[in-house]
Design a protein around this ligand. Structure first.
Ligand SMILES: [Zn+2]
Length: 480
């Protein structure tokens, strides 16, 4: 199987549903926040009762345009709404209002950095639509909460430019940090305000033609996205390499068995009987409206990264990584205010502390206060402490919430450069290791290393290695 897997590559496109954090729903004035007593935030428009007329919430349109600008899209001056018809209990109207033919944004892209290389993932379209209600399965019954029905969503559809689980995860992380910057959604994957569908097919690396594609619905964590792609990739490869044809299916990912399971055979476009929404006129956006949104955009990760390189002088890789996570960049900027060694500071964040900035939020208990990290970077930059001590200090000051300078003093963690102490350390090492000493004197120069190593051990890893080396050579020369 391994062997067959190597001949194939995954072709992946994503559909990302992102709930917009407007105060009210997309087409009525019901409250749209997450939660609330079940079915307490609904009205005749939500249910599509006879005579109820939907009207577009312009805040939702503005938020969709913000997303489009942030994702380098073309904004449509005219877009329109359609009905997507299907029957499912979470959809009280029997149809969903969406934008099938004329979406509000098209042709954007995001640059990601995956496995050390930059890659551009194109975005085909962003359309505005409404969410469905929520089915709650309990004690053999199914309950329905329509509070979510009608909450505005954008669906971001990528081109099939993604070729591995890792790239898909990096894309979603980057997308999430951009959307969070624009403040149009809270992007909480665990609460369902950001959900991802994966379209995946496999093809031989040498083939141009794409294989039959399946869709995995409603993935709600970055981890699940990676696992689902990996498992579906191997399932498809194992069938295709044996010559068994695949069928177009809609699947779900089972986190327990870590495998993809068939939900239903894929609906075709015609099954939805799309037609123009008769109750909502086309959305016409003026130049003023669009340029107003453009001018109100915050600093996005890409810009941030450029500023970190030009103003703070840190490496491009560190800048890209830090700017791609909003918590990490806020933390870095706070620490940078009082720090003189910014490269050291940024390296500490990317190489040691980055795992604390997780996909489901930041684990503050693993991070020192930003001011304290800045002290550690300065202590390290001036050579007062070595890199091992720096790591230890990050842990200690995260735990104790104390100033690293105080900890260094209290626990005597500064690098030892005092000549007398260095002399004593080498003297002690030499008297403990008569054999190494005589080996060295008989010309086995490598014995010096073990003597210096012993002295370093005796200093608790704190002595200056160059001074130890120098002193060992001196003392051994005297003995010759
Ligand atoms: Zn309503």
């Amino acid at each position: 199987m391994e062997k067959a897997g190597n001949d194939y590559e995954a072709v992946v496109g994503l559909e990302i549903h992102c709930e917009l954090s407007t105060k009210t729903k997309a087409f009525c004035s019901c409250e749209s926040a997450f939660g609330g007593e079940p079915n307490s935030r609904c009205c005749p428009v939500c249910f599509g009762l006879p005579g109820a007329l939907p009207a577009l919430n312009m805040k939702a349109a503005e938020f969709a345009v913000r997303a489009g600008v942030a994702l380098n899209c073309r904004i449509s001056r005219i877009s329109s709404f359609d009905r997507k018809n299907y029957f499912y209990p979470d959809l009280p109207k029997g149809y969903q209002i969406t934008q099938q033919r004329n979406p509000i944004c098209r042709d954007g892209f995001i640059d990601i950095q995956s496995s050390g290389a930059k890659k551009r993932i194109r975005i085909e379209r962003i359309h505005l639509e409404e969410d469905a209600g929520k089915l709650i399965h309990r004690d053999g019954e199914t309950l329905i909460d329509y509070n979510r029905a009608g909450v505005p969503l954008i669906e971001i559809v990528t081109k099939p430019d993604i070729s591995s689980a890792r790239e898909a995860q990096d894309f979603v992380r980057k997308l999430r940090s951009i959307i969070l910057c624009t403040a149009i959604s809270d992007c909480r994957m665990n609460e369902g305000s950001l959900r991802v569908d994966v379209n995946i097919s496999v093809k031989r690396k040498t083939d141009a033609e794409l294989g039959v594609r399946t869709e995995i619905k409603n993935l709600n964590s970055v981890n699940a996205i990676g696992k689902a792609i990996e498992s579906e990739f191997s399932r498809q490869v194992s069938l295709v390499s044996k010559g068994i044809p695949l069928s177009r299916e809609t699947m779900r990912f089972d986190p327990v068995s870590k495998s993809t399971l068939t939900m239903r055979s894929k609906e075709s476009y015609n099954d939805y009987r799309y037609f123009a929404e008769p109750d909502i006129p086309p959305l016409v956006l003026s130049e003023e409206f669009i340029s107003c949104v453009e001018q109100s955009m915050p600093e996005l990760p890409e810009r941030k990264a450029e500023r970190y390189v030009s103003v703070f002088g840190i490496s491009e890789d560190s800048a890209f990584l830090i700017s791609g996570n909003n918590d990490a960049s806020a933390y870095f900027e706070k620490a940078a205010e009082s720090c003189s060694y910014l490269k050291t500071l940024s390296n500490m964040i990317t190489s040691t502390l980055f795992p604390a900035f997780g996909d489901d939020g930041t684990d503050m208990s693993r991070l020192p206060e930003p001011e304290h990290l800045s002290e550690i970077a300065d202590l390290s930059g001036t050579g007062t402490i070595n890199s091992l001590t720096a790591k230890k200090l990050m842990e200690l000051s995260a735990k104790e919430k104390k100033s690293p300078r105080e900890i260094v003093e209290r626990d005597c963690l500064a690098v030892i450069r005092d000549r007398d102490r260095i002399k004593k350390l080498i003297g002690a090492a030499l008297s403990e290791m008569p054999k190494a000493k005589s080996d060295y004197l008989r010309g086995k120069k490598a014995a010096l290393k073990s003597i210096v190593g012993r002295a370093m051990f005796l200093s608790g890893g704190l002595a200056d290695p160059e001074l130890l080396n120098e002193e060992a050579e001196n003392q051994l020369a005297e003995k010759e």
